[in-house]
Ligand binder design. Structure first.
Ligand code: CA
Length: 228
């Protein structure tokens, strides 16, 4: 049962979401402040965060940036104004989607399901390119087995599970369970470099792992470009 954290100070809205999600079998936590959200995320496993942009103690954007320092959890913004969150801003600070108030609870539940599906199953989203076998801790790339270190495996698993999502270095480190001290950040670049070399041995013309200068990396599936 996936666990959802609702961060919303308007009780009526939070209640509506709570009932809609609980009715669909989700476990739901609810807090009204960004600080409470950060504390909750540090304390218990959460599968997705629904984050209001207008919170009393900190904006939802600030909250998202803060949680990205230690968590790769999917984030969906709630906003009163569409222009407040254009796609670019949302993606730059590591959000997965947003919904404009007033919204239909059914729509929110549908989007939550879509995000969870995307974040969990790289196999479903990258047919033919990456095939992740969790029981054997093995990944095939275009049908060829890859020889990966444990860390490379977890990095690639993250990418394959969220095509086109831009991960910051800190996020990638957090998602693979590595420490996030300043010195470790550059290590990500080293692991990515080695990962790319292994991918290139199989498909020299493709560049599935893209660099986003000053921010991090994303996986661009071959079907949507990136093959040169
Ligand atoms: Ca609010």
């Amino acid at each position: 049962m996936p666990s959802i954290l609702i961060v919303e100070d308007e009780i009526a809205i939070a209640d509506t979401l709570l009932f809609a999600l609980q009715g669909e079998g989700f476990g739901v936590q609810r807090v009204a402040l960004a600080q409470e959200a950060l504390a909750t995320l540090r304390a218990i496993p959460i599968d997705l965060v629904i984050l209001d942009v207008g919170l009393p103690d900190m904006s939802g954007f600030e909250c998202c940036k803060a949680l990205r320092r230690f968590s790769a959890v999917p984030v969906m913004f709630l906003t009163a104004r569409a222009e407040e969150v254009d796609r670019v801003v949302g993606l730059e600070i590591g959000a997965d989607d947003y919904v404009v108030k007033p919204f239909s609870p059914r729509e929110v539940v549908a989007r939550v399901r879509a995000i969870l599906k995307r974040s969990r199953s790289g196999v479903a989203l990258a047919p033919g390119e990456f095939d992740v076998d969790l029981s054997r801790l093995a990944i095939r790339y275009r049908g060829q087995p890859l020889k990966l270190t444990a860390l490379e495996f977890r990095l690639l698993q993250q990418f394959a599970g969220a095509p086109e999502r831009v991960f910051s270095r800190e996020e990638l480190l957090a998602s693979v369970g590595a420490a996030t001290d300043a010195g470790y950040e550059r290590n990500v670049d080293t692991h990515i470099k080695s990962l790319r070399a292994k991918l290139r041995e199989i498909a020299p013309e493709a560049e599935p792992i893209q660099t986003h200068r000053g921010f991090g990396y994303s996986y661009q599936p071959a079907a949507r470009g990136a093959v040169r």
